[in-house]
Each structure stands twice: as C-alpha cells, then as structure tokens.
Design a protein around this ligand. Structure first.
Ligand code: GLN
Length: 477
C-alpha cells in the first residue's frame, strides 16, 4: 500500500528501498481510475509516467543521488504546455492541439526528476471560478460530489484533495489556484507576479497570470516553488535576482509579526457568517500570542472586481485573437463565404459561452470612444490598489482575509449569462492586481460539511516569509 505524506518523507522511503517510483505511479494511476467520477483529469500519461518511474528507480539502484523532485508525481493544469502532449485550455477551439514545446516550469520540474502524471480539467481558458467545463464537464468536489470544486484550477485542486497525485501546477489570474484550494481543503499558493516564468502557460491576462502550486503541506510547496522560480530568457517579466534558495536558507523566522486585517472585507455583505467567525478567531488568537493585529481601512473594496474584469477581459480579447481556425486547433467551419465569415464561424463554434462573453466585453472596453471611460479608468484604479498595497506593507508584514465569501455552490446552479458569480472573486483579485504573493490555507470546517480556508498575503517578493508564516498558521490549527 502506497502512502504519501511529504516529498521529504517519500525521498527517505525511496533511498531506504521501502518504496519505488513505479509503486507511486501505479498507485496514482489506480486511484485516478477509481475516482474517475471526480473528473479531475482530462488525460493521464500512464505509459510514459511508468517508463519514467522505472528510469528514476534505476538511477537510485545505481547509487546516483536523488534529484530535488526525484519521482515526485505532479499533475498539470490543461493550460501548461508539455511538448508533444495534447493541451486544450479546456476549450473546443484547441481540442486536438499538441504542444510544440514545453513550458519553462515543465522543463524545470523534469530536470529535477518529477513525473508528470496527466493534464487536469479547468475552466475554459482559466476563465471562471466553478470549473463546470463546457467541453469536459464539471469537476466534482470530493467532500460532496454534488458541489463544485471551485476554479479555474478545479481539477488540480481535487487531484490533491483526493490524493490522485502529490502536487499540482495550476494558474492564478484572479484566484484560480486559491479558490479551488479553499473549496477542497488543500493549500493553494500564488507567488508574486514575476517569480515564475509564464513561458508556455496559455495566456489569459498576461499582466495578471501566474503559475501557482497546489499541495498538502508548505514544505512541498516551498521545494517546488524553488525549482520553478527564477529568471528565464523566454519571459522578460520575471523579476531579476530573486533568490528563493538563499532566502530559504538565511531568512530568519520572526516570532511575532505585524498583521493587518481589512474591515471592509470582513464586514462585506457577501461573506458567510461562519467564514467571518473563523477569520475573527484566527485574528484573536494571533493577537493573544503577541502578534500585532490591526484593522486597516480598505476603501477600494467595491472597485476591485470591476477593475479586474475590465482589465483582464481587455487583455483576454487581445490574447485570444490568435485562435482563428487558421493556425490553431479548431477548423470546422469550411462552408464559409469569405475570410471574415471563416473566422467568425470558427470562433463562434470553438469558444464556449463565458469566453465569448469576455472577448466581447474586452473588445468593448478597448474600443475607441469607451477606452477612456473603462480601460483607462480601470488602470487608474489598479494604480491606486498598488499604492494602497505598498502603503499597507510599509507598516505590516501580512494581510489576512477570507479566500472565498461562501462555501462551494451546488453544481449546475449558476446562470451562464450572469455576472453575479464574479463577486466570488472579491477577496482574491486584489493580489493579482497588486502583483503580490497570496496563499489559501485550509483551516476551518463549516457546518455544511464543507471546509474553507484563510488567505494570507505579503508584499511583492516576500514569498518565502509568507510561506514561513503560513506554516506557523497551519500549526496553530
Ligand atoms: N475567477 C477569475 C476569473 O474568472 C479568476 C480566474 C483565474 O484566476 N484564472 O477571471
């Protein structure tokens, strides 16, 4: 019987010959089949994962030292390119498309001995927070199969929740790693913008997108983060000279921290009372332990979701213009009168409802006549948010807030034309607008039988202290 606790423990088992990589992969392949109803994986890479596991076992037998992620079984969201493997971003428009190259994160984990077990279900083009995918169907929450997993990296979170792999790589543009982690009772970490190369991540909104990690413990997240982070010639937005390795070794852990909480988030009408009480309890106990815990006004609360949706849809309308049926994937509409008709038919048939809505919204806010009213205004709001965040972090080490205002909804209960679901993003988009690191920590149980998390944020590039603080928060509970 294979059990996984942490990468460190697994590696001890490997070196002492108590487990093998082949046993690990065989176990996960069986679990994925047994829990197929959760719909977490779109495809598993069974044969090649097993072949790679034998090679990695052979290295151990030959006495070679373990690589940092030796035999670690990782699932990847269906928007991260893996050479010669299908990738669809959960969309019909890319359904039969194979990656021509691997994302930098894939190259890096493979070089350290990881095994990629398969690609995971997600919201189409990572747009959404429910993971009710129009092509592949909904991902089910393992705690209650009638409820959503959260999104957009829902398959990635459920895969960790249901022990279908050791860790997952997802992406977070406005909460897509943290929200499903909250709903599934696992840890979801979105690093600072620019800590991890986006090369090979299918773009949704490039100035927001970050690859994030979902796992069961902070130590594993830290190990994987260290491998993924760092400069990359393929992505000029990666921050130079941020050494996560030296930070890990030298940064002293502070025994007391300065923690801010934002009254406008805690008193927001959308917040479930039990989630509110949970956060309050955490704040109180931190205060009792000697941390400085103070309320800091956050007057921009009502502007963050609108600013986020204006800016991200604008970027999406531009990023998704490349899917025209000529160069990529879907080209079904052959009965067309001219080129415009050809594009229109392919895009109408290839994209799902939500994606089309966002392309239209984004095109509108960028159009002459509306640009100043919408796009420019939203950019100004983003600037104010960045300034506010910098001001807060001049005085405080961390901000604590909820991750999602409600416990996971029932599957099939959202109106597809509605925008009311966008409000679920109220606590997560702030970190992406400001480019700061944020993490959702599974801490509380809800009387509905579900779980929920607490979200911690820190200043830009302060990812390692945030992870260290998260560790202490988790240990308290
Ligand atoms: N729910 C948000 C959106 O739909 C965030 C998605 C994400 O982080 N990829 O835009």
């Amino acid at each position: 019987m294979f059990t996984f606790v942490s990468i460190q423990d697994y590696h001890l088992q490997l070196v002492h010959g108590r487990q093998t990589c082949v046993q690990a992969v065989t176990h996960y392949i069986r679990e994925i089949q047994l829990q197929n109803h959760l719909n977490a994986f779109i495809e598993t890479f069974k044969d090649e994962a097993l072949a790679r596991a034998s090679e990695l076992d052979a290295e151990i037998k030959e006495g070679k030292p373990l690589r940092k992620l030796h035999g670690v079984v990782i699932g990847i969201k269906d928007n991260i390119c893996y050479k010669d493997h299908f990738i669809s971003a959960g969309s019909n428009i890319l359904r039969h498309f194979k990656s021509l190259y691997s994302a930098t994160v894939i190259e890096r984990i493979l070089a350290e001995g990881a095994i990629i077990i398969g690609r995971q279900n997600c919201d189409e083009f990572a747009m959404g927070n429910r993971n009710e995918n129009p092509v592949y169907g909904p991902v089910k929450n393992q705690l209650d199969n009638t409820r959503i997993s959260g999104g957009s990296s829902g398959g990635s979170a459920v895969a960790v929740q249901a022990s279908l792999c050791m860790a997952s790589l997802g992406s977070d543009t406005g909460g897509s790693v943290r929200q499903p982690a909250d709903h599934c009772g696992v840890i979801g970490f979105k690093p600072s913008y620019g800590m991890i190369s986006r090369h090979g991540l299918i773009a949704y909104a490039s100035s927001f997108d970050q690859i994030g990690i979902i796992a069961n413990n902070i130590d594993d997240i830290e190990k994987i983060f260290h491998i993924l982070s760092g400069e990359d010639g393929f992505d000029s937005t990666v921050l130079p000279n941020v050494r996560t390795d030296s930070a890990i070794e030298t940064k002293p852990v502070k025994s007391t921290s300065k923690i801010a909480w934002l009254p406008e988030t805690l008193h927001h009408t959308s917040l479930d009372p039990e989630i509110k009480t949970g956060l309050k309890n955490t704040l109180e106990s931190l205060q009792k332990e000697g941390h400085l815990v103070e309320a800091v006004p956050f007057p921009l609360i009502d502007f963050i979701v609108p600013a986020y949706y204006i800016l991200t849809t604008a970027e999406a309308s531009s990023n998704l213009s490349r899917y025209d049926g000529v160069r990529y994937g879907y080209r079904k509409a052959m009965q067309t009168s001219d080129l415009f008709d050809f594009y229109a038919k392919n895009r109408s048939e290839g994209f799902g409802w939500e994606v089309k809505k966002r392309i239209m919204l984004g095109t509108f806010v960028l159009s002459a006549g509306y640009f100043d009213q919408y796009f420019k205004k939203a950019q100004q709001v983003r600037k104010l948010i960045i300034q506010l965040s910098e001001k807060i972090f001049q005085q405080y080490d961390f901000i604590l807030l909820p991750t999602v205002p409600q416990v996971p909804d029932r599957i099939g209960t959202s109106g597809e034309s509605s925008t009311s679901g966008y409000l679920s993003d109220i606590y997560t988009v702030f970190a992406n607008l400001a480019g700061i690191p944020a993490i959702s920590l599974p801490i509380y149980k809800h009387t509905s039988g579900m779980v929920f998390g607490i979200q911690a944020m820190s200043s830009q590039k302060n990812d390692i202290p945030l992870l260290r603080f998260s560790e202490t928060l988790l240990k308290k509970h």
